[in-house]
Every structure is written in structure tokens, then in C-alpha cells.
Write a protein that binds this ligand. Structure first.
Ligand code: B12
Ligand code: SF4
Length: 460
């Protein structure tokens, strides 16, 4: 009997915010791993946990895979997904005969914590696993040898060549991603990718080929894509090649990506990218306070950073690229530093489409988390409960002036001030709502939520 390889991305039991309940975040990491494995194995399938609660997914798996030889490969993409993962694993143990393997480097790098937390898993694999997963799955000995396996550290990550969306259950509901680069290494103090070197961008030829194939599969010439990269930073040659291929193939697809606010793109290049389908940029501005930008280690020259950011935002608007600005309320934040950010947003408000505002959280409970807490205590911040939390999610009082509750309320208020109901809907439906989710569904959902929890104004 041939084995099944069932990949599951852990969802979130309670979405971070009520208005996010309908979001689906494609965990392209396991789709990439599944696509690789499919070259060697027959029965490979991927389930996106966001679409299910653990009980419903278990029911589906039992119906389909009872009495078979099952390997369940669970991805834990963030600490917010741990409780979903644990509940799912416990139910699996009761309901299905299977081997359980879990992975996800942003959560499992602390061996002691991972072993203590995921006692019911057979094997935990930490790190980037492309190089070892097939071998581990092929050898039972490998799985039995150790409950915790550290994948060899890769000095430079390699990108997934492509994703086979036919392996993804209910793929038609989910906006497709293309991995275009991995890692960053720009050193921002709060970021998990600060020391992970960036790969080169995937070649325009390969990306265009993926766009064409996936659009055919979805039967939609106007299909949107998320170009996944911690920092999308193309050079002149890449932009010119991509533009030529996009035009020559007469493509109609639009795409979205994420980058830094001081990215060095000339006007001509922004124009070419817009003509090549770039429609939305998630822009990691984080703050417009000189002091906060320095504390974040975002830049050595905050003044110059803000000048570049302003120029970039305005040029994007000129070429009809929607900018969604990300703001991070950082340790040491006060009314004064926040006002600098608000002023910047006010003077640019006609040029960006929306914003996401979040207070800083410390992830993990290892020595890095402890050291980070020590560092930010110098700015007047403290952890909400006086300690690093063992669930890996430590909330913060940012300063004496701005405690945790106030930081949450300020985040919502700032977003409300600059984002309308329609802008929010358009940004989210571009990529995060299920593809069959309509404007009417949205209205029905949000009218059940108290207005004070919504990060947008009810003006259209
Ligand atoms: C792209 C990205 C996303 C994408 C895609 C995620 C993905 N994994 O495919 C999307 C938009 C879906 C996403 C969502 C979220 N993200 Co995110 N995301 C990132 C980002 C920018 C890059 C991640 C990356 O490198 N992906 C590339 C893939 C290939 O790498 P990978 O996921 O690590 O997968 C490798 C290994 O981990 C391993 N692996 C993964 N799964 C499995 C499973 C098995 C069985 C095995 C064996 C191995 C294995 O193998 C893979 C290949 O080597 C990072 C870091 C950053 N700079 O900000 C944040 C980051 C990972 N995200 C973060 C957060 C908080 C979130 C959200 C909660 C955000 C939200 N608004 O709610 C959600 C989480 C949803 C959930 N269910 O938990 C945090 C996580 C912090 C933490 N430690 O908990 C990070 C670190 C950013 C930060 N704030 O610092 N994210
Ligand atoms: S530029 Fe973005 S991805 Fe890179 S280290 Fe800074 S926050 Fe992280």
C-alpha cells in the first residue's frame, strides 16, 4: 500500500482580530515542499488550515484516509498558530492512524520549548528543509533516530522553483502566490529576517511562465498574484526584462508585493512596473519618528529615509499603484513620537490607499527574546505581565505614557483616521479574502463587529 503525504498549515483558533476572521493566508512554504515531494511520491495533498477548524478538518481526513498509511506534515507558521496545531494533533492521535511530523522555523527553533510543547508529534524538524525532507521521509530510521532534527543551516536559501496548485485542496478559493525571493538581511532590530541573507530575485522568465500556467489552471486571465518576498527590490535589468515579457505575452494579471519604504526605484522603473501589472505594495515604513526609526535600527539616516519614502509613495500614486503603509508602534513610543508619524501620514494622505498599524510583540521565549526585552526596557517599555510569556507571544507596554491597551486602541484609531471602508475592502479583496468572498459578504460580516474594533472608518 502506498503512503499518503498530507500537508496541513495550522490556522488560528482565534484570529488576531475579529475583522480578520475571513482572511486566508496561503502558507506557500508547504505548497513548495509538497510540490517537491510530488516528484517522488504519488499521494500528496495540501490543506490550508485557515479554511477549517481542527474538528472539521479531522472529519474530512478520517473520511478520506482512514485505514491508510498516513504521514501528516504540519506547518506551524507563527506562534499564533500553535494552539490550532496542538488541538489538531491531539484530535489526530485519537482519530487517525498516522505519523506526525511538524516544521516551521519561526516557531520551532528553540529545541527545549518545541519538545515540551509538541509532545504528541513524532518528529519536529527545524529550519529550511528543502535539502532533507525527502530523505527523512524515506527512512524510518531517520524519523526514529531523533524526535528533533535541525536541518543543516543554509548560508543562502534557495527559492521554490514553482508551486503545483492542483495539490492544494480548494485552491480555487485561494489567491495564488509566487515565491520571488527569500530572506532580507537589512538588520531591522525587531525583524526575524534581519540577519537572513536575501536570495536573488527569481528570473522574469520563470515568473512569467508561472503566471501563465497558474492563470490557465484557474481559468482566469485577470488572476491576481502575491509575489512573495520579505523585500522586493528589483534592479533595472530585471524590470526591463519583466516588462518586455509581460507585454509580449499580452498579460492582464495584477500583482502585489512587500518592500521597504526607502527602496531606490527611479520614476521610469516605477512606471514600467505599473505597466507590468504591479498594483499593490505593502510598504514597511514602520514610523516617521526620527527617534523611533533609530531605535528600530531601520536606517542610519532617518531624515533621508523619510524623504525617500515620501517620494516613493507619491510616485506610486502617480502611476496608480496602491500603497498600503505598515506602521509599527515601537517600544519607547510616546504621544510625541506618534504625532511625528501622524503628521507624515497627514501630509501624504492623498497618495496612499490604506495602512496597517500594530504594536510590537516579542515572539519566542528564548535568549533572543530575553535580550530584546532587556534592550527595549532602556526605552521605557516593559512586558505586559512582567515576564517573557511561555506561549511565545509577549505583549508590551510601550512606555509609561502608552500601555498595551492604549497601544491597541491607538493602532485602531490611526488606521481609522486614514482608511475608508472601501479602501480596506479593495486592499483585502485583492489578496487576502477567499476568491469567492463578495462585497455583500463583507458588509454582512463587519456589521456584526462593534465599530470601535474596526481599523477603518465607515465612510465609503
Ligand atoms: C511571507 C510571510 C508570510 C506569508 C507566507 C507565510 C509562509 N510561511 O508561507 C503570509 C502572508 C501567509 C504570512 C502570514 C502570517 N505571518 Co508571516 N511572514 C512572512 C515573512 C515575510 C517571510 C516568511 C518566509 O521566509 N517564507 C518563505 C518560506 C519558504 O519559509 P518558511 O515559511 O519558514 O518555510 C520553511 C521552513 O520553516 C520549513 N517549514 C515550514 N513549514 C513546514 C512544515 C513541515 C512539516 C516541515 C518539515 C518544514 C516546514 O520549511 C520551509 C522551507 O524551507 C516572515 C519574515 C519577515 N521578514 O517578516 C513573516 C513572519 C514569519 N510572519 C509572521 C506573522 C506574525 C504572521 C501572521 C500572524 C500575520 C498576521 N497578520 O496575522 C500570519 C500567520 C498566519 C498563521 N496561520 O499563523 C511573523 C512570525 C512571528 C512568530 N515567530 O510567530 C514573521 C517572522 C514576521 C515578524 N513579525 O517578525 N506571513
Ligand atoms: S527591511 Fe523588512 S524584511 Fe528586511 S530586516 Fe527590515 S523589516 Fe525585516
Amino acid at each position: 500500500m502506498s503512503s499518503n503525504y498530507i500537508f496541513v498549515s495550522a490556522g488560528m483558533l482565534k484570529k488576531k482580530k475579529k475583522h480578520q476572521e475571513k482572511h486566508v493566508y496561503l502558507n506557500y512554504a508547504i505548497l513548495g515542499l509538497a510540490t517537491n515531494l510530488k516528484k517522488f511520491k504519488n499521494n500528496v495533498i495540501v490543506y490550508q488550515g485557515d479554511l477549517f477548524n481542527p474538528e472539521d478538518l479531522i472529519k474530512l481526513l478520517v473520511e478520506r484516509y482512514k485505514e491508510k498509511d498516513n504521514n501528516i506534515l504540519i506547518s506551524i507558521p507563527s506562534f499564533f498558530a500553535v494552539s490550532w496545531g496542538l488541538e489538531f494533533i491531539n484530535l489526530l492521535r485519537i482519530n487517525l492512524k498516522c505519523k506526525i511530523i511538524i516544521g516551521g522555523r519561526w516557531v520551532l527553533s528553540d529545541k527545549t520549548w518545541a519538545l515540551k510543547t509538541f509532545v504528541n508529534a513524532d518528529t519536529i524538524i527545524n529550519g529550511q528543509v528543502e535539502g532533507i525532507l525527502t530523505k527523512v521521509l524515506e527512512s524510518d530510521k531517520e524519523i526514529q533516530k531523533s524526535k528533533y532534527i535541525d536541518a543543516p543551516v543554509v548560508l543562502k536559501s534557495e527559492l521554490f522553483d514553482r508551486f503545483d496548485y492542483t495539490l492544494l485542496y480548494d485552491y480555487e478559493k485561494i489567491l495564488p502566490s509566487i515565491e520571488v525571493s527569500r530572506g532580507c538581511g537589512m538588520g531591522c532590530g525587531f525583524c526575524a529576517d534581519k540577519n537572513v541573507a536575501a536570495t536573488n530575485l527569481k528570473s522574469p522568465f520563470k515568473i512569467i511562465d508561472e503566471i501563465i500556467d497558474i492563470s490557465k489552471l484557474y481559468n482566469d486571465r485577470k488572476l491576481h498574484f502575491y509575489f512573495e518576498a520579505s523585500i522586493f527590490n528589483p534592479k533595472d535589468k530585471w524590470i526591463n526584462e519583466f516588462y518586455e515579457l509581460y507585454i509580449n505575452h499580452n498579460l492582464k494579471n495584477k500583482w502585489r508585493c512587500e518592500t521597504r519604504a526607502d527602496i531606490n526605484l527611479k520614476e521610469e522603473n516605477i512606471k514600467l512596473l505599473a505597466l507590468s501589472g504591479l498594483k499593490v505594495i505593502d510598504l514597511g515604513l514602520e514610523s516617521a519618528s526620527i527617534l523611533q526609526l533609530k531605535r528600530m535600527k531601520k536606517t542610519n539616516n532617518p531624515q533621508r529615509y523619510l524623504e525617500k519614502a515620501q517620494k516613493f509613495i507619491r510616485l506610486c500614486s502617480k502611476y496608480d499603484i496602491w500603497v498600503k503603509i505598515n506602521i509599527l508602534l515601537y517600544p519607547g513610543e510616546t504621544e510625541e513620537t506618534l504625532n511625528e508619524t501622524i503628521k507624515f501620514l497627514e501630509s501624504n494622505q492623498n497618495y496612499f490607499k490604506g495602512l496597517s498599524v500594530y504594536p510590537t510583540i516579542i515572539y519566542g521565549s528564548d535568549k533572543y527574546a530575553v535580550n530584546f526585552l532587556r534592550e527595549i526596557e532602556q526605552y521605557g517599555a516593559s512586558s505586559l505581565n512582567g515576564t517573557i510569556e511561555s506561549n511565545g507571544i509577549t505583549k508590551l507596554n510601550l512606555s509609561e505614557q502608552i500601555n498595551f491597551d492604549k497601544s491597541k486602541q491607538l493602532s485602531i484609531n490611526i488606521a481609522k483616521k486614514f482608511m475608508s471602508f472601501n479602501d480596506y475592502f479593495e486592499l483585502k479583496s485583492f489578496s487576502y479574502f477567499p476568491r469567492n468572498y463578495t462585497y455583500d459578504n463583507f458588509i454582512e460580516h463587519i456589521y456584526k463587529i462593534e465599530e470601535r474594533h474596526l481599523p477603518f472608518s465607515l465612510d465609503t
